[in-house]
Ligand binder design. Structure first.
Ligand code: FAD
Ligand code: NAD
Length: 501
């Protein structure tokens, strides 16, 4: 195995030749050690991991190899947000601000976004997979009994049966949920796919749902020139997070011209012919040209043949920490990434891929590979150390429990907060730097169990907190982890001082 095969699949930009058609596909063998259905970031990483461990792997993908993250989620959304963030950062520093004489160049922003998706061409990812030693089948896969999968190759009417010697791994991801609001589905609203791949800036954009997708896309399109209204039924945007997060973010979105409305119930949606859309809420009517529904996601399991292995067709895929589906006997069926609903993030799905790939390979060698906590076969961090960044400006960085979640888990906690703008490193970064950080401490074990920060580019602060939580670093040892002056990380010192060290 070459070194490059042990690297993770890259997110590159490339100009590539047209995609293969079904007729040009590699012929399939009858049996593989591992069959992976779904070639998003997670499926690719499961396949690569087992191949690195000496097993053969078939990876079946019905659309673009790389999945949502590369083409309709993480990468294009961040490409849409980054130019606005840079522009605002420059404007917040006198001396640089005077050099900024124009506004965002929308065409250039969209072109850069397109380059990050390789213009929705996955040839470079297919090449990477093949060089890694993975067999790629373009088409649709479904279960057909224990260890059996049927592949409907693209451009081919015949179905090909394949068998898995050791494991079948479901990595089919998730899809947007559209709430059953009268008229909404009939409008054919944007989902995250259209919101990340649109070629033109909508004039009036109404967004239903003030979660991560709603907030990121509200800011991206507002800064590109849309008139955006953001409707959230909860009390705050990003309501699951610490309360100050939603407050600071709503202020920032409003400063960008977004009309943020919380505690709003959408009653119905309608459109007259090709005219504008009317959204009726309990707070009055809203007129928009485009509607984005961003109200959460559901596992993509329809038509996956779950009933052929004794599960309900729409069953929740509960898994153990090695991602083995607990309701299926024989221990051959796994589910990793968004489809198992544990933590809907690319990084966490890829973590599951590493753990489950190693568990599959060890079990194929006859080892027990018990998924005990923090072993190489257990995605233990999924339970209480999931990092996440909302890439708005300001960013929101979180890992572990919020104070409320920790209390709900029965943990005795004490929380401390600090104003990020008071940190010398933050003040140097931008005039008027606004932000806040919070540490949640387990009072019995005296370790950090949660961290939240809001502020420009605080995402880069997050890994220190993840290491502290995963490493269960005692507070009195953390006190010796000295942040360099003048970095924003000095907030760690301030938080520990606020705690009483
Ligand atoms: C707008 C947006 C922005 C996001 N930004 C971030 C971010 O910044 N950071 C982050 O960590 N996460 C982000 N996420 C979440 C992230 O995109 C997902 O967690 C990640 O894509 C999940 O990867 P996956 O491989 O499990 O699923 P997917 O990426 O959905 O891949 C599943 C693949 O399976 C294929 N498939 C499905 N059924 C079949 C079948 N029967 N046969 C063959 N193929 C099949 C699909 O075509 C798809 O390619 C974002 C999500 C959205 C919507
Ligand atoms: N930066 C990132 O890492 C990133 C970015 C985007 C998405 N994601 C992932 O994708 C997942 C899905 O994102 P999402 O934003 O679709 O879901 P979400 O669960 O984060 O937010 C959905 C929001 O919609 C609101 N809502 C639901 N029904 C509503 C209704 N009828 N009217 C008004 N509001 C309503 C909810 O209260 C909630 O605030 C996220 O949980 C996250 O895991 C991650």
């Amino acid at each position: 195995m070459s070194d490059s095969a042990s690297e993770e699949r890259p997110h590159t930009r490339a100009e590539e030749p047209p995609r293969q058609t079904g007729a040009e596909q590699t012929p399939l063998d009858r049996t593989y050690d591992v069959v992976v259905i779904g070639g998003g970031a997670v499926g690719e990483n499961v396949a690569a991991r087992v191949v690195q461990r000496g097993l053969s792997a078939l990876l079946i993908e019905q659309e673009l190899l790389g999945g949502e993250c590369s083409y309709w989620a993480c990468m294009p959304s961040k490409a849409l947000l980054r130019p606005g963030e840079v522009l605002r950062a420059a404007r917040a520093v006198p001396g640089a601000a005077q050099a900024v004489t124009g506004d965002l160049d929308v065409r250039a922003v969209l072109e850069r976004r397109d380059a990050f998706t390789s213009n929705w061409n996955d040839s470079s990812q297919v090449r990477w997979a093949e060089q890694t030693g993975i067999t790629v089948a373009r088409g649709r896969g479904r279960l057909d009994g224990p260890r059996r999968v049927v592949v409907q190759l693209s451009g081919d009417t015949e179905e090909r049966p394949v068998e898995a010697r050791h494991a079948v791994v479901l990595c089919t991801g998730s899809q947007p949920s559209i709430p059953p609001i009268p008229g909404l589905r009939e409008l054919r609203p944007w989902t995250s796919r259209e919101a990340t791949s649109a070629k033109e800036v909508p004039k009036r954009l109404a967004i239903v749902g003030g979660g991560v997708v709603g907030c990121e896309m509200a800011q991206a399109w507002a800064r590109l020139g849309s008139q955006v209204v953001l409707l959230e039924r909860g009390e705050r945007v990003l309501e699951a997070l610490e309360p100050f997060v939603g407050d600071l973010l709503a202020d920032a979105l409003r400063a960008d011209g977004v009309d943020v409305r919380t505690g709003v119930a959408l009653r119905s949606a309608s459109r007259e012919g090709e005219g504008p859309v009317t959204l009726a809420t309990d707070d009055g009517e809203i007129t928009a040209d485009t509607v984005l529904v961003a109200t959460g996601r559901a596992p993509r399991t329809a038509g996956l043949g779950l009933e052929t292995v004794g599960l309900e067709p729409d069953a929740r895929l509960d898994v153990d920490d090695s991602c083995r589906v607990t309701a299926v006997e024989g221990g051959w069926l796994y589910a990793a990434g968004d489809v198992n609903g544990r933590a809907l993030f690319t990084h966490q799905g890829k973590y599951q891929a590493r753990m489950c790939g190693d568990a599959i390979a060890a079990r194929a060698r006859g080892e027990h590979a018990s998924p005990v906590a923090w072993s190489p076969f257990a995605a233990t961090a999924d339970h209480h150390a999931v990092p996440a960044v909302v890439f708005t400006d300001p960013q929101v960085a979180t890992v572990g429990y919020t104070e409320a979640q920790a209390r709900d888990e029965g943990i005795s906690v004490r929380a401390v907060e600090h104003d990020l703008g008071q940190v010398a490193g933050a003040a140097l970064r931008a005039d008027g730097y606004t932000g806040r950080a919070k540490l949640v401490v387990d009072q019995e074990r005296l370790v950090v169990v949660g961290f939240t920060a809001v502020g420009p580019e605080v995402g880069e602060l997050l890994h220190a907190a993840t290491v502290a939580i995963v490493g269960e670093v005692p507070l009195d040892r953390l006190w010796h982890a000295v942040p360099a002056f003048p970095t924003v990380s000095e907030v760690w010192l301030r938080l520990l001082e606020a705690y009483g060290l």
